[in-house]
Ligand binder design. Structure first.
Ligand code: GDP
Ligand code: MG
Ligand code: ZN
Length: 329
């Protein structure tokens, strides 16, 4: 690979960009993608895999480290890098992020998982048993980050082997709320074409519990063995943690970012209003309650209770909402 050095002009522009980033004065100005020559594909501790976006080695991957003044980088970040040693590069700047999917760590601090994405695919499965509340937590987080969700039920080939009433009910709740819902089998390929058609020219991150088949979906959509698949049978239906870091895969005409599974999804970084905002059918109702500080339990004139009674709000979703609020107390 030829030595790559940045011109003085490029350096000045970088410094300026980083300054803007910090002051966030030009928040709405678009990212000029051509100012950047790499995209983060994955990371391993201090090392990052960067896809080369320009020049004769375009599409190759180069192992890089990053300058200490940069924030932690994530998969999907656009960066400016230069050759450091024969084998490795150094990242000297990061583009302003269009958006980021993040989850709170144990200290309720947001930890970014992927940047610059179009969709979050919330993957759940027939097995392990899906829970409305976990999906709702994802939906609240996705809403608070200004991102768009697609719901994907995987392993529909197993539907005939279990009582599926609860799953059918869940799907109809989310469809009723207007969320796009896909029913697929990564194993057999059922329903995969419809999902694929919706992903054309997009970058999507897959999230969801370990063992639901995120990595299997990447492989199915990529017609190849790309991502590591865990052996569910060895871990009593809990799934194994074979995917340990987010990784971006280029598929036919879209990109997928596979992410490690997480068992719980805390919303400790949000306040009650942000949780409410993530429940589409509750947030409009709540404004109509007679009392502004209505707890929506037994007060007179509660619009949410009225909506549950007339069937506009399902009891399942309301319970889920309350359980999230309770977990945040
Ligand atoms: N029956 C069935 N099993 C699947 C399907 N998709 C994935 N699996 C299995 O579920 C297990 C977990 O899959 P994996 O892709 O590693 O899940 P991840 O942890 O979400 O990435 C593996 O044993 C897969 O073979 C499916 O559509 N049907
Ligand atoms: Mg995986
Ligand atoms: Zn109320």
């Amino acid at each position: 690979m030829s030595k790559r050095r940045l011109s003085k002009q490029q350096r000045l522009r970088i410094a300026e960009n980083q300054q803007n980033e910090l002051s966030s004065a030009d928040k709405d100005s678009p990212i000029n993608e051509s100012d950047y020559n790499g995209r983060i594909i994955s990371h391993y501790g201090q090392q990052l895999d960067v896809e080369v976006l320009t020049g004769e080695n375009s599409t190759a991957t180069i192992r890089c480290h990053q300058r200490a003044n940069l924030p932690p980088l994530v998969t999907g970040d656009l960066v400016l890098w230069e050759q450091d040693t024969e084998e490795a590069g150094v990242i000297v700047a990061i583009a302003k992020r269009k958006n980021v999917f993040a989850r709170p760590d144990s200290q309720a601090k947001l930890k970014p998982l992927a940047a610059n994405i179009d969709y979050v695919l919330v993957v759940f499965a027939v097995v392990p048993e899906p829970f409305l509340n976990l999906i709702d937590r994802y939906l609240v987080a996705i809403n608070s980050l200004g991102l768009e969700p697609l719901l994907v039920l995987n392993k529909v080939d197993l539907l005939s082997t279990i009582p599926s009433e609860q799953i059918t009910n869940m799907l109809s709740i989310y469809r009723g709320l207007g969320y796009p819902v896909f029913e697929v089998s990564a194993l057999q390929g059922t329903g995969v074409a419809a999902l694929q058609a919706n992903l054309r020219n997009k970058i999507a991150v897959l999230v969801g519990q370990s063992g639901v088949g995120k990595s299997s979906l990447v492989n199915r959509l990529g017609y190849d063995h790309l991502a590591d698949v865990g052996d569910l049978s060895k871990s009593k239906y809990k799934g194994t943690h074979t995917t340990t870091t987010s990784r971006l895969f280029h598929l036919q005409d879209f990109d997928l970012i596979d992410s490690p599974g997480i068992r719980e999804f805390s919303l400790g970084h949000l306040d009650a209003d942000s949780v409410l905002a993530g429940f589409l059918e509750l947030r409009c109702c709540a404004a109509e309650c007679k009392f502004r500080d209505c707890s929506h339990s037994s007060e007179p004139g509660c619009a949410i209770q009225a909506a549950i009674e007339n069937g506009d709000v399902t009891a399942d979703r309301f319970e889920s909402f309350q359980s999230i609020l309770k977990s945040m107390e």
